[in-house]
Design a binder for this molecule. Structure first.
Ligand SMILES: NC(=O)c1ccc[n+]([C@@H]2O[C@H](COP(=O)([O-])OP(=O)(O)OC[C@H]3O[C@@H](n4cnc5c(N)ncnc54)[C@H](O)[C@@H]3O)[C@@H](O)[C@H]2O)c1
Length: 245
């Protein structure tokens, strides 16, 4: 087991990549705290607990600093430490530049960027005290290659690549690593929203000849959260089947 006895927070753990990550982490021996806006988290935690795993759910918006702070305090009260933070929650509100409203811009920035800031800032004091921590955040391969209609989303995902480099510099001496993953097109609710003809076109750009599955990214999260990656810091791991960039 690669995450035995680790205490891990997974944001956006009620769906898609986050849900696959919750499953992968408990299989690897971690206790998981799932933060999500969706009430589906209650049922997920219940079923996994019945199966003998240690999983709790809290309804938290990562965009809300107070909620994140309170939820972090609750984790410490229950588990006593936080070893791993997976900043996975994210949303899209696509629109071409000139049509994008301020609200669409602000909403995506609040969840995908400020959310990552809020959660990381809340757990780092604890990780510093422990002299141990693993922070892994969800970027995207569109941060590197751009994507039509995603000014807001790409801005957040590119920012994450920069932020983890800063955190590697600032936090490395406290036994904390900060990395991110840049997934390609992964089959989840997020990408199911893309029109079918566009999706079919996208697959022609993936040498692997298939869509990624949530587990492809969960495996990357496991690696970067594990002790195998203790000398990996400030990187962005692209997992996209070799998609054209
Ligand atoms: N699916 C892809 O192709 C793909 C590609 C690149 C990057 N990503 C990134 O991977 C991450 C997971 O994506 P996914 O495809 O599994 O998405 P998803 O839509 O299936 O799941 C996202 C989860 O985040 C939760 N969430 C949304 N807003 C939240 C908030 N304010 N607070 C807490 N939870 C919130 C949702 O309720 C949902 O459970 C995202 O950051 C996404 O940007 C996905």
């Amino acid at each position: 087991m690669r995450l035995k006895n680790k205490i891990a927070i997974v944001t956006g753990g009620a769906s898609g990549i986050g849900l696959a990550t919750v499953h992968a982490f408990v299989r690897e021996g971690a206790s998981v705290i799932l933060w999500d806006l969706s009430e589906k988290g209650t049922d997920i935690a219940k079923k996994l607990t019945e199966a003998g795993h240690r999983v709790t759910f809290a309804k938290v918006s990562v965009a809300n600093k107070n909620e994140v702070q309170k939820a972090t305090e609750a984790v410490i009260k229950q588990f006593g430490r936080i070893d791993i933070l997976i900043n996975n929650a994210g949303i899209t509100k696509d629109r071409t530049l000139l049509k994008m409203s301020k609200e669409e811009w602000d909403d995506v920035i609040s969840v995908n960027l400020t959310g990552v800031f809020n959660c990381t800032q809340a757990v780092v004091p604890i990780m510093k005290e422990q002299n141990y921590g693993r922070i892994v955040s969800a970027s995207s391969n569109v941060a590197i290659r751009g994507n039509y209609g995603q000014t807001n989303y790409v801005a957040t995902k590119a920012a994450i690549i920069g932020m983890v480099k800063v955190w590697a510099l600032e936090l490395g001496r406290f036994g904390i690593t900060a990395n991110c993953i840049a997934p390609g097109f992964i089959k989840t609710a997020m990408t199911d929203a893309i029109p079918e003809d566009v999706r079919n076109q996208m697959i022609t750009h993936i040498p692997a000849g298939r869509w990624g599955q949530p587990e492809d990214i969960a495996n990357g999260y496991v690696y970067l959260a594990s002790d195998e990656a203790s000398f990996v810091n400030g990187i962005c791991l692209t997992i996209d089947g070799g998609a054209a960039r």
